[in-house]
Write a protein that binds this ligand. Structure first.
Ligand code: GUN
Length: 287
């Protein structure tokens, strides 16, 4: 058996086409959606993600500003910049690229972004709303994963989802979103014992560990849906690869997401979605 690939690239491209029309309409009616991205320091991976976000904004007609701050910027200066963007009428979404230098508290940064402009969905208010199933900004990677699963009409309700990874950005929220879709959710992480026994029970396996080719076919039940969130650069070849041993797992899984061209493009697409959503909410609130 060879798994059906879920192409995030194709789904993202369909969604962006629709978004472009929506942005054109909003702009014509007087409000062009605007996204501010703050990049602190010179991490090459963060820089390339931020550039991809800017390019995607341009592609659908969203106004974007990139604020580049030096590694040495103080927490106070960064928070002041966020406060300024909170007040900026042209900006509907604010994203501070993570990780941040050690002398800056990520939590203080996240909590300074106005929840109404928190298009990453990281503010505790938005996380709380997500937990209780209220409408809010959903974190982009988990949101993109759910969209990818749904795009193939794969049933989530009643299925056993196993999430490997418990980060605040991906692992924890993706489990919560799939629970909201009535899945039975199990989390595995670095302290989990007998991980293979657990992952082998998964109907849907979400892998977000950040280790190249960590999951081979031995971890996967025949016919499982496997979502690979990893983006790792192989030192030997310089090529990108996921957390899943693709060539092996594709012979066991029913559906599999590739890397690159899988979850990555969907993450950025859901950021665009959230930015547009922010404008729509603001317009609704002012009618
Ligand atoms: N770093 C890695 N992923 C993300 C993300 O989704 N948002 C932000 N702000 N930083 C990240």
């Amino acid at each position: 058996m060879s798994a059906i690939l879920i192409s995030g690239k194709d789904l993202a491209s369909d969604k962006r086409l629709e978004m472009k029309q929506e942005v054109e309409k909003l702009t014509k009616d007087g409000t062009q959606p605007g996204l501010a991205v703050i990049l602190v320091g010179n991490d090459p991976a963060s820089r390339s993600y931020v550039k991809a976000k800017e390019k995607a904004c341009h592609e659908v007609g969203i106004y974007s500003v990139l604020q580049e701050l030096p590694e040495s910027v103080s927490e106070q200066e960064l928070l002041a910049e966020i406060e300024r963007l909170n007040q900026d009428e042209k900006i509907h979404g604010i994203l501070v690229q993570l990780p941040l230098p050690k002398h800056i508290s990520e939590q203080a940064v996240i909590e300074t972004i106005s929840p109404e402009k928190d298009v990453d969905g990281f503010h505790p208010i938005n996380i709380g709303k997500m937990m209780i199933g209220e409408e809010t900004f959903l974190p982009c990677t988990p949101f993109g994963i759910v969209e990818m699963i749904k795009s193939k009409d794969i049933e989530i309700s009643g299925k056993h989802v196993v999430v490997i990874g418990r980060s605040n950005i991906v692992g924890k929220p993706v489990g919560q979103l799939l629970l909201n879709e009535n899945a039975t959710v199990t989390y595995c992480h670095s302290r989990t014992k007998n991980m293979k026994e657990i992952t082998k029970q998964a109907d849907i396996l979400v892998v977000a560990v950040g280790k190249a080719k960590f999951i081979d076919a031995d971890y996967v039940k025949e016919g499982a849906v496997v979502i690979d969130v990893g983006v790792n650069r192989l030192e030997s070849t310089g090529k990108l690869c996921g957390d899943v041993e693709f060539d092996e797992v594709k012979e066991v899984a029913s559906y599999l997401t590739p890397v690159p061209g899988g979850v990555g493009p969907m993450t950025i697409t859901m950021l665009l979605h959230n930015t547009i959503e922010s404008v729509k909410r603001k317009l609704k609130a002012t009618v």
